[in-house]
Design a protein around this ligand. Structure first.
Ligand SMILES: [Zn+2]
Length: 270
């Protein structure tokens, strides 16, 4: 089956600074969208999609041939609350994927807020416990522990089994998915910008298209609607980044810092 999953992070309230929700820093800020922009995205999506958006726990109910559109929100920053309110104005629900070690920190959701989102019909899932950025490079015992600990914590909060997760940092491997399946995850979101889904030990793995703070509302709508050009451009960029990361993590990080306009710290001799 195919599905179009769109990956958001934090949604910032009116006039809120970037550090009001989620992780701090220029890297994280790239993915934070303002309320105004997010409302424009939802408006464009509503105009483009006759059936609106759905959630992963219901995609198998859809008629064959339909390409469901799913909205996901990574990290568990406080901006999830605003995102949920705005989704609900349209009768929509989202997937909130929480890095559990950060629950209760000042810019992250609290336990009661996570439960409240669940009660309102949003899907609560794991985004690991400690948010390691290179999950596929970790020892598998550590990956297992990340999934088990976060799933256990979230299950105790929502009082239900947690069946959904997303990979922090986007580094996917089959073993990461196998460990997620072993922890009871049935739907695992990656950051590969693809619509195809695949199965690993009974766990459905889904790609996602990334929204950054400068992504235009029309681009989101065109991706959701099935236009190839914006999908392919994300795919090309993703593979370029993957190549750079493989070539050398340090080189990739240097290039990334340059793109972000930050000076690379260098050690001076003498
Ligand atoms: Zn994350």
């Amino acid at each position: 089956m195919r599905a179009v999953s769109i990956m958001y992070h934090d949604v910032l309230g009116e006039g809120e600074p970037f550090d009001a929700s989620g992780f701090p820093g220029a890297d994280a800020d790239l993915y934070k969208v303002t309320r105004e922009d997010f409302e424009a995205h939802l408006c464009a999506l509503a105009g483009a999609l006759a059936d609106g958006v759905t959630d992963v726990l219901h995609i198998e109910d859809l008629q064959r041939g339909a390409e469901p559109v799913l909205l996901t929100f990574d990290d568990g920053g406080r901006g999830a609350l605003l995102a949920a309110d705005l989704l609900e104005e349209r009768g929509w629900r989202g997937h909130f994927l929480v890095a559990t070690d950060f629950i209760g920190h000042s810019t992250f959701l609290k336990r009661g807020e996570i439960r409240w989102l669940h009660e309102r019909g949003h899907v609560i899932g794991s985004h690991s416990a400690s948010h390691p950025l290179r999950m596929a490079s970790l020892p598998m015992l550590k990956v297992r522990e990340e999934w088990k600990r976060s799933v256990g914590e979230l299950s105790s909060i929502i009082g239900e089994r947690v069946r959904v997760a997303s990979i922090p940092g986007g580094q996917y491997s089959r073993r990461v998915a196998e460990e997620a399946a072993g922890a009871g995850i049935e739907y695992l979101f990656t950051s590969e910008p693809v619509t195809r889904t695949w199965s690993v030990n009974g766990c459905m793995v889904l790609g996602r298209y990334t929204v950054q703070r400068r992504t235009a509302a029309q681009t989101v709508a065109r991706i959701a609607q099935g236009e190839q050009l914006p999908r392919l451009s994300q795919y090309a960029l993703w593979n370029l980044k993957k190549g750079l990361k493989r070539f050398g993590g340090d080189a990739y990080l240097r290039i990334r810092q340059k793109i972000l306009g930050r000076r690379v710290r260098s050690v001076r001799s003498g």
